[in-house]
Ligand binder design. Structure first.
Ligand code: UD1
Ligand code: CA
Length: 472
């Protein structure tokens, strides 16, 4: 039995020169995003585990943007040194695309060919085909799929049970058009057939194209064809926005199912978006209509409330994100609580056991251990120590019309409701700012600060502060 190894390397060709007219978009088809990744990235990720010797992407339409994006992805996947591009100036058919890919290639290896617009193809299926190709010593191997509506696909014509030929819709006769077994467009060709037959392809067909599928007929006639079946879901090729969303749904469900198997409790999974960069550590709970995207890390026993949207956010163990919360580049510490209706912008850091309540907006702000900002606040460019209380309606005025300035609020500070803190400003430990104050000067440790609006309540505050200090 022959297997994939050093002496038997595998090359991969990805066909991506087509225009994708039906996407009705200026963006190259394979660059359209499906569940947060360009289609071609899904394909590159599916072939990466096969450890191909090289990957040749056939580009044509919008070659520069396709090339650039592929290089980005390849670098991320550490495939950088193995990716190459072949230009197909004119799209004369899939066979011609393969000719362009292998022009001048030395040596020619067994080659897996697939399309850049099939994002749902799974690495396990590809691996299965590769193993079967080598173990059966096939001249060519391919997937086939039974579909309800075969229109538009190449039909699989069998003889004595074996794949004999693929006939395109436009070339098929009435009998052949009834065949429901179709060609998903994934093949492995042995080096032999590529060396001897690829250049001999002809374009004598209804479309005047060079068909890659003619190599299958050749292999069936002169060698051996192996075929395996592929699910309808995995073979889905994206040609329109409708199919793009279908592919997205397939991938989304695949990811959600995988997390549920890992013990994550996801309610109404059909309403939930979990991107491919999200990771859970254990038994978290995810409520309906939540949207977790980018690189999110969700800790043990964390709870994500309904309709919340988290991007690039870490939620530590036991933290609770209540409904309708919106976060981006934020970090929610162990046992912390956020929302409902909170907005944590980039650089929001909630330390252990802290609390952010409704209608609080934070940006580049750290809320220390056990501190609270429970209602209606804007906290920007601010550092808040431990066990501080930020009263309802507190606003940090971080912007003077030209520059952003910082606010520093030390441990144990109490900021009364509706206070306005004009940055740059420091409020030292255990200071007490009375409700309604506009604070423009630094406040020393243990001091009692009053804004104009709160002068009349000075006596009451003084008594409360004394009590607080006594309590220590
Ligand atoms: C091809 C198959 C058909 C199969 C179908 C699956 C042939 C002759 N037919 O159909 O049996 O059922 O795929 O989707 O191969 N491309 C190029 N250069 C070209 C032509 C195509 O790079 O000159 C790329 C496209 O960008 C696309 C892929 O090849 O990624 C498939 O092309 P498409 O035109 O969609 O497929 P068909 O030729 O119609
Ligand atoms: Ca075509």
């Amino acid at each position: 039995m022959t297997t994939l190894n050093e002496d038997n390397p595998l090359d991969v060709v990805i066909l991506a020169a087509g225009q994708g007219t039906r996407m009705k978009s200026d963006l190259a088809k394979v660059l359209h995003e499906v569940l947060e990744r360009p289609m071609i990235e899904w394909v590159l990720r599916a072939i990466e585990p096969l450890n191909p010797r090289k990957i040749i992407v056939v580009v044509g339409h919008q070659r520069d943007s396709v090339r650039a994006r592929c290089l980005d992805v390849a670098a991320k996947l550490e495939l950088g040194s193995r990716i190459e591009f072949a230009l197909q100036e004119e799209q004369l058919g899939t066979g011609h695309a393969l000719q362009c890919a292998l022009k001048g290639a030395q040596p020619i290896n067994n080659t897996l060919v697939l399309c850049g617009d099939t994002p749902c193809i799974h690495e396990d299926s590809l691996n299965r085909l590769v193993q079967a190709h080598f173990s059966t010593e096939a001249t060519a191997s391919l997937f086939t799929t039974e579909v309800d509506h075969p229109f538009g696909y190449g039909r699989i014509v069998r003889q004595e049970g074996n794949v004999y030929q693929i006939v395109e819709e436009k070339d098929a006769d009435d009998e052949q058009r009834k065949i429901q077994e179709v060609n998903p467009g994934v093949y492995i060709f042995s080096s032999g057939i590529l060396e001897t037959r690829l250049s001999a392809l002809e374009n004598k067909n209804q479309q005047g194209e060079f068909y890659i599928t003619d190599l299958i007929f050749d292999a069936a006639t002169n060698g051996k064809v192996h075929s395996s079946s592929l699910s309808c879901e995995e073979m889905l090729g994206v040609n329109s926005q409708v199919q793009r969303s279908e592919a997205e749904d397939i991938l989304r469900k695949r990811i959600i199912t995988q997390w549920m198997h890992e013990g994550v409790a996801i309610s109404m999974p059909n309403s939930v978006w979990i991107g491919p960069g999200v990771a859970f550590e254990g038994n978290a709970e995810v409520a309906p209509f939540t949207h977790l995207s980018g690189e999110c890390h969700i800790g043990q026993n964390a709870r994500i409330g309904a309709h919340s949207s988290l991007r690039d956010t870490t939620v530590a163990e036991g933290a609770i994100v209540e409904a309708m919360t919106w976060t981006e580049h934020a970090c929610i510490g162990k046992g912390a609580r956020v929302g409902p209706y909170a907005r944590l912008r980039e650089g929001s850091h909630l330390e252990e056991g802290s609390k952010v309540g409704n209608f609080v907006e934070m940006k580049k702000t750290t809320l220390g251990v056990g501190s609270k900002a429970s209602h209606l606040s804007y906290l920007g460019d601010t550092t808040i120590g431990r066990n501080a209380n930020i009263g309802a309606g507190t606003i940090t005025c971080n912007y003077d019309g030209f520059n952003k300035h910082k606010t520093s609020i030390a441990d144990g500070v109490f900021i009364g409701s509706n206070s306005t803190l004009v940055a740059p400003i420091t409020i030292d430990a255990d200071a007490f700012v009375a409700a309604g104050s506009t604070v423009v000067k630094d406040i020393p440790r243990d001091a009692l600060a009053f804004g104009r609006a709160s002068q009349s309540t000075k006596k009451g505050y003084a008594a409360r502060l004394r009590k607080r200090l006594r309590k220590g």
